[in-house]
Ligand binder design. Structure first.
Ligand code: ZN
Length: 468
């Protein structure tokens, strides 16, 4: 539905990598920025809606498995039994317990709560890397996108933008020919994934906030032939492509044992990797591999909180930044749901490893670590989504957040340090309002009680999942 242009006035807004004063922001009827004018005069203020606090662009959350929100806080105890120590693989066994119980209704309730929290955490678009395709017995639903539609409804109810990534998952490991019994819900083929993309596109036609791409779960989960078939079809259709890669050292070792190459090397040598590709994690990558990713124009999706929670390792930000590589951030398993926390953790993991300060500022060529991290994460959103979601500039979608200037983290902070305080003074400042396509999504939720209903549904889903 088209509407009239509307104009906002921000006393302080983040424009082209820096704070600007008295910014007049005009949203076109299609929800994109028509104009962004710093230094507006008093005469131009007339008719503009005055925004209450500093304004930042919304960020893309480039990696989410919505159902894993149901596990946050529930995998933090020592496991008994077969695993000698707690690691990614023992966590994955627990994650499968939730994956194999969850119904479409529960998924919608969990994703609804999650997406509301992600909006409150400053994200305006989320890429859901979605592999829970089949019913609990492993049979496709009568409507093969039943589970995908649960995510679509949750996004539409909250107002967040959604890039849905139906995921190819065909085998349990490099040597396997099929899936494990506890992976039966993930079963898919290149054809079924592309059919899901088409069905999602058809079902969401007319909703400009929702689009689709594809994902390949990982090199271990798809044969080379299937990976090339799906990503070739995605290229022909101009879709973004996501793949988990080099998250765990065991996966790297298995890939070398099976192919003779490290995972990123294998991918760059065998697949037609280009600027539509998003390599999720890339934790265990050599500087040469990172240089290779950059030379293809592809992006990396860093998920600092989940990588810390799962004990994955530390992403080599200095090497990737030295190569000039593009990246975005994702909250993945959703142990945190706010981008300032993700950016803080990314910087702190570097400081703890290198025993230095302000690593991001140095390697990304900014005065401020927060500004360097924020600008990089903002620039990575377009590759992750295939959409123009790059900040406060004409033609980009009008996604933005206003900060509450009365938040403790911002009290008394000079205007040009607001972003630094948002990222590095914890708990971070509250986002007062969140706008997607020029519409205030969080304010409407408060007014019509959507937030309360989402919380109630989420609680019921959690009871059904964990107290049954
Ligand atoms: Zn993931």
């Amino acid at each position: 539905m088209k509407s009239e242009a509307k104009t906002f006035l921000a006393s302080q807004a983040w424009v082209q990598g820096a704070w600007a004063k008295d910014v007049l922001l005009t949203v076109a009827g299609n929800g994109t920025w028509q104009s962004v004018e710093p230094g507006a005069t008093v005469q131009q203020y007339e008719g503009a809606t005055r925004l209450p606090g500093p304004v930042l662009p919304g960020l893309v959350n480039a990696h989410s498995h919505a159902f894993q929100r149901a596990m946050a806080g529930l995998t933090e105890r020592r496991s008994a039994g077969v695993h000698a120590s707690d690691d990614f693989w023992s966590w994955r066994d627990r994650m499968y317990t939730a994956a194999n119980r969850i119904t479409p209704e529960q998924l919608e309730a969990i994703a609804g709560q999650l997406y509301a929290e992600l909006l409150a955490g400053g994200y305006t678009q989320v890429c859901d890397f979605h592999y829970l395709h089949n019913d609990i017995s492993g049979t496709p639903y009568a409507n093969p996108i039943e589970m995908s539609l649960a995510l679509v409804r949750a996004a539409q109810r909250t107002g967040i933008g959604l890039t849905l990534l139906p995921t190819l998952y065909m085998r349990s490991g490099f040597k396997a020919t099929g899936l494990r019994e506890d992976q039966r819900r993930f079963s898919s083929t290149p054809e079924s994934v592309m059919r899901m993309v088409e069905d999602i596109q058809r079902q969401t036609k007319g909703d400009a906030r929702i689009n689709a791409g594809v994902a390949v779960h990982s090199l271990r989960a798809a044969s080379p032939a299937a990976l090339l078939e799906l990503t070739g079809a995605a290229k022909a259709a101009g879709l973004p492509v996501h793949i988990h890669i080099a998250e765990q050292t065991q996966e790297v070792d298995d890939c070398i044992a099976h192919t003779g190459q490290r995972p990123i090397d294998w991918l760059l040598n065998n697949a037609d990797v280009d600027a539509r590709w998003n390599l999720v994690h890339a934790t265990h990558a050599t500087p040469a591999e990172l240089q290779g990713v950059q030379s293809k124009g592809a992006s990396i999706v860093i998920c600092p909180a989940t990588e810390a929670n799962l004990g994955d390792g530390v992403f080599d930000l200095p090497a990737y930044a030295a190569a000039g590589g593009k990246w975005s951030i994702g909250s993945d398993s959703h142990v945190t749901r706010s981008w300032p926390e993700e950016l803080r953790l990314l910087e702190y993991s570097q400081r703890l490893t290198l025993r230095q300060r302000n690593i991001a500022a140095r390697v990304l060529g900014h005065e401020s670590s927060a500004a360097g991290l924020f600008e990089a994460a903002l620039a990575g959103g377009q590759a992750a989504t295939g959409r123009l979601l790059g900040g406060l500039a004409p033609g980009q979608r009008a996604d933005f957040v206003t900060l509450n200037p009365d938040s403790p983290a911002l009290l008394g902070v000079p205007a040009d340090h607001v972003l630094d305080a948002l990222v590095f003074s914890s708990p971070g400042a509250a986002f007062a309002e969140v706008y997607v396509s020029g519409a205030a999504v969080t304010r409407e939720d408060k007014a019509n009680g959507v937030g309360d209903r989402l919380r109630e549904s989420f609680q019921r889903a959690m009871q059904g999942l964990w107290q049954a």
